[in-house]
Ligand binder design. Structure first.
Ligand SMILES: [Zn+2]
Length: 261
């Protein structure tokens, strides 16, 4: 068994957590895709008209995953009891302001070391995003230097915003129209971040920050914030072996108009 006391083990634990996170992202994409299926088609139609081999293999994969993670869940140590105070409207407004200034400051901070998308990247993403937006996007690759945890995070935690996302260990961060990669750029993470840029453009930075904060408070989980769910689900459609073509802007405007964020 690994031990935090052993420096070699600490490296392996970091590696293990990065693989765990990768698997979690893949699971979330699968969860989103399945959720969409359930929204579009009835269980009866899926069972009757879906290809049997695909249905069986999907069901087997889902059961195997369930078995694996349920057996792990039994062994997760109980956290020390924490109480989750409900933030007041004033505190929510404060958090919205923290988040929007964090996004503005991050953009300013990483702008000097950023570069534009290559013409090949613009070609890859132009079926999905408006070209003027792609031409404005800036990219900063930190190659492991990592975005530091913003100062307000400790205060936010004290106010009851527990389980906040761990910015230094996220694959990519979207500072308005500038995307920072803590490690190296991947197309799927870039797609996810570009969706956030479109969302910010569509609803405005302050509203985006408010939707994010309120969405987070509903379940206190980063991955269930609707702005995130949408970005994950669109990025998974992009990453399919035979990718679909669709306009992210149309999708985002539709979700915004239907108040799905
Ligand atoms: Zn995101």
């Amino acid at each position: 068994m690994y031990s935090y006391e052993n420096p070699e083990d600490r490296v392996l634990i970091v590696q293990m957590n990065s693989e765990l996170r990768h698997a979690q992202l893949e699971l979330l994409s699968a969860h989103c895709a399945t959720h969409q299926l359930g929204l579009h088609y009835s269980a009866d139609d899926l069972a009757r008209f879906g290809r049997r081999d695909v249905l069986r293999k999907s069901a087997e994969a889902a059961s195997a995953l369930n078995e694996f993670y349920s057996s792990l869940e039994k062994h997760i140590p109980e956290p020390a009891a924490t109480h989750c105070p409900v933030p007041t409207e004033e505190q929510i407004a404060q958090a919205v302001q923290w988040l929007s200034s964090c996004l503005r400051n991050g953009r300013e901070r990483y702008l000097p070391q950023s570069h534009a998308l290559s013409s090949q990247q613009i070609a890859t993403f132009s079926p999905y995003f408006p070209e003027p937006l792609l031409k404005c996007i800036r990219i900063a690759e930190l190659n492991g230097a990592r975005v530091p945890e913003p100062e307000f995070v400790a205060q936010a935690r004290a106010m009851g915003f527990t389980n906040l996302p761990d910015l230094p260990h996220m694959e990519s961060l979207t500072f308005i129209d500038l995307v920072v990669f803590n490690e190296r750029l991947t197309e799927r993470a870039l797609f996810h971040s570009l969706v956030h840029s479109v969302q910010i453009q569509a609803v405005g930075l302050e509203r985006y920050a408010e939707l994010w904060v309120r969405g987070f408070l509903r379940t206190r989980a980063h991955f269930t914030v609707r702005l995130e769910v949408h970005a994950f689900s669109l990025a998974s459609r992009f990453a399919r072996p035979v990718p679909e073509r669709f306009s992210v802007e149309d999708e985002v405007l539709r979700w915004a108009a239907d108040e799905r964020y």
